[in-house]
Structure formats: structure tokens, C-alpha cells
Design a protein around this ligand. Structure first.
Ligand code: E4P
Length: 230
């Protein structure tokens, strides 16, 4: 199973990369705007084009850190606009994957971008039927949002379970990318179900590193060893 970092924060990405366990990254307009505000607190774009240029600047830096696919989301909501923006974003770096929000327009844009060899990550997927249509349209990745489903008392993991099965029955090349991860058990459950990728926020990766018995065990080993010193 591949692990992606669910962040656009350059410092966090550098730190996670040093662990040697990151295969890619996912960003979205929320994460990217957060990083632009952190890096350039006084920046305010005069228009949408200028804002897009700033976004591309930060995405390029993300791609230079991450050795693998980096999802960058379009802002347009119509298929023509999504395709136009997607093509521009794809030119930023060879690692870029275009994130398209699910919907009729999203499906049309996915079909067109995929036909041109541009990889699409279909985002905002909340049901097996949406995931199935995304794969049919040629999405390279399909992202069910687990945490947001759990938040409204739907089972996010059930959608993951069904989609892993459907993708394997029909041999789709589409990879299931589990998103909106809230805690370590989401990662473990997704891996048990055979998800291809889980995109994990840095704070959840930090939680995955920790176990109190590891800390206690190490302290005891070191104390016992050092007891031989004069
Ligand atoms: C990643 O592709 C998604 O945009 C992200 O996981 C959404 O996470 P959230 O539901 O915590 O905002």
C-alpha cells in the first residue's frame, strides 16, 4: 500500500520525506491556500490569474520535494474550464495529477484529460456509484472521503470496501486513494481492505509513530545497559 502525505506544507513534507515512507502527496484549495498564507502572510492576489500563478509556484516546490504523484485541484466548475486549468497545472511539473471534483462536468473533464494522457484524481467521492463512474471515465485515482462520511454517521470504510471489490472484479486500472483520514485506525482499516493508497495528514502520521510501550521499552533497555557503567 502506498502512503501519500495529505498536505501542501513544505516543511511538513520535507520532514515526512526524511522518514522514507511517503510515495506522493495530495493538496486541495484549502491546504494550498493555508500554505500560501503561511509562506506569504501579506499576499493578496488582484485577480484569479495571479492567484493561480501563486498556487502553481507553491505546487512546483511541493513537486520538487515529493518523489511521486502530487494532486493539484482545479477551481473551475465547468468541463471546459476544468480541462483548460488541468492542462495548465499539468505543465507545472511531471509529478502533477489533476484533481477534479466529482459531478457530470467532472466526468466529462476526466474523460478528456485522461484521453490526453493527463492523470486525474477524482475527488469528493462519497458513494460506490460515484467511484464506479469515475473509473469508467478513466480516472487514474478515485478518492472517497472517509472522515467526512463518518462525520455524518455514514460508513466511509464501507465505500472503500465496495470499491476495492468492484475495481478488482472489472480489472480497472484506477487506484483507490482513501482520503479524509482522521486517525491511525483509518489507515489500518484501509490497508486491511486492500486500498491502493491512503493519503494521511502529517498529524496522523505522527500518531502512527507513537506507542507508549515503545517509549517505556527503550527507556528500560537504556537504563539496564547503563547500569554496567561505574
Ligand atoms: C485529499 O485528497 C482530500 O482533499 C483530503 O483528504 C480531505 O480531507 P478533509 O476531509 O480532512 O478536509
Amino acid at each position: 500500500m502506498k502512503i501519500f502525505a495529505d498536505t501542501a506544507n513544505l516543511d511538513e513534507l520535507r520532514e515526512l520525506k526524511s522518514l522514507g515512507i511517503i510515495d506522493g502527496a495530495t493538496t486541495n484549495p484549502t491546504l494550498l491556500s493555508k500554505e500560501i498564507k503561511r509562506l506569504y502572510p501579506d499576499f493578496r492576489a488582484h485577480n484569479k490569474e495571479e492567484l493561480m500563478e501563486k498556487g502553481k509556484e507553491v505546487l512546483k516546490e511541493v513537486c520538487e520535494i515529493v518523489d511521486g504523484p502530487v494532486s493539484a485541484e482545479v477551481i473551475a466548475t465547468d468541463a471546459d474550464g476544468m480541462v483548460e486549468e488541468g492542462k495548465k497545472l499539468a505543465k507545472v511539473h511531471k509529478h502533477i495529477v489533476i484533481k477534479i471534483p466529482f459531478g457530470a462536468e467532472g466526468l466529462k473533464a476526466t474523460k478528456r484529460l485522461s484521453a490526453e494522457g493527463i492523470r486525474v484524481n477524482m475527488t469528493l467521492v462519497f458513494s460506490p456509484s460515484q467511484g464506479l463512474l469515475s473509473a469508467k471515465a478513466g480516472a487514474r485515482y478515485v478518492s472517497p472521503f472517509i472522515g467526512r462520511m463518518d462525520d455524518i454517521s455514514n460508513s466511509g470504510m464501507e465505500v472503500v470496501r465496495i470499491l476495492t471489490e468492484v475495481f478488482s472484479i472489472y480489472d480497472f486500472e484506477t487506484e483507490l486513494l482513501v482520503a479524509s483520514v482522521r486517525h491511525p485506525m483509518h489507515v489500518v482499516e484501509a490497508s486491511l481492505l486492500g486500498a491502493d493508497i491512503v493519503t494521511v495528514p502529517p498529524d496522523v502520521i505522527k500518531k502512527m509513530l507513537k506507542h507508549p510501550l515503545t517509549d517505556i521499552g527503550l527507556k528500560r533497555f537504556l537504563n539496564d545497559w547503563e547500569s554496567l557503567l561505574k
